[in-house]
Design a protein around this ligand. Structure first.
Ligand code: UDP
Length: 238
């Protein structure tokens, strides 16, 4: 499908109009940003690698009965996606304690809880995407309780599928963030990237971090590690 004018440019992606009103082309940029754009860098080929990883993962989810906005890969760094009406919450799924949860509750990273943890956050970067609860989301008119039930069920299913896929790649899926949208018929679809920028991925054998924490925490070898994730996923999906 032909790429037309730029509709929107964000920190890490550009969205282009296409000949179809119901589809857009999403292009992944080489920019890495963290802490709400306070830390920034360009990482050569990052757009191509994150597009590659996100496309593999979304295609795998589509093939496993998860409804996503992803249609197909476009060129090196792009994806053809369905247009959806974004739902203004972020769902964070945690299998291992890390990041903001460890900090907020004063517990060590690496603890494996018996249950899976689901955080709900308001999608509002000016407010720092604050942690909210179901009642807040309903009171704000973002979702109904019924839709929240569907969102948590989808998040749990996606977590099972991704944990299994990453395990085949020798990687522990520590946590990840997802967002949803409503398709033209009102149904909820996963409408987000799924890459090392939005997931915590730890090498199961060595514990080495294979995600955006390499950039956030100045651990180095960001591009090389993202490439390794892509390669391992390619092999796991063979
Ligand atoms: N995450 C994300 N976008 C956000 C917030 C979090 O992709 O706006 C991802 C993050 O990369 C990690 C998971 O969600 O994989 C949990 O993030 P956390 O709440 O620990 O926040 P962080 O300390 O990473 O900002």
């Amino acid at each position: 499908m032909k790429q037309l004018e730029l509709l929107y440019e964000g920190k890490s992606k550009q969205i282009y109009k296409t000949e179809s009103n119901s589809h857009v082309i999403v292009r992944f940029k080489d920019d890495a940003t963290a802490f709400y754009n306070i830390k920034r860098a360009k990482i050569e080929n990052k757009g191509r690698i994150t597009a590659d990883i996100s496309s593999m993962v979304l295609e795998y989810l589509n093939n496993n009965d998860v409804s996503t906005h992803f249609v197909e890969r476009v060129g090196d760094d792009g994806q053809l996606c369905r247009v959806v009406d974004h739902v203004d919450v972020e769902v964070i799924v945690r299998n291992v304690i890390a990041g903001s949860m460890a900090k907020r509750l004063g517990i060590d990273e690496g603890i494996v809880p018996e249950n899976t943890i689901f955080d709900l956050c308001l999608r509002n970067s000016e407010l720092g995407d604050p942690l909210i609860n179901d009642h807040h989301a309903v009171a704000l008119g973002i979702v109904s309780y019924e839709e929240l039930g569907e969102i948590y069920a989808a998040a749990a299913h996606i977590n099972n599928l991704l944990t299994e896929l990453y395990a085949k790649a020798g990687i522990t899926l520590v946590d990840f963030k997802i967002e949803f949208g409503r398709a033209a018929d009102g149904s909820l679809v996963l409408a987000d990237e799924l890459s090392p920028d939005t997931c915590r991925l730890w090498d199961t054998a060595t514990g080495e971090r294979m995600d955006k924490d390499r950039f956030r925490r100045d651990l180095g070898r960001v591009r090389e590690t993202y490439e390794e994730v892509a390669q391992r996923l390619h092999n796991a999906l063979k």
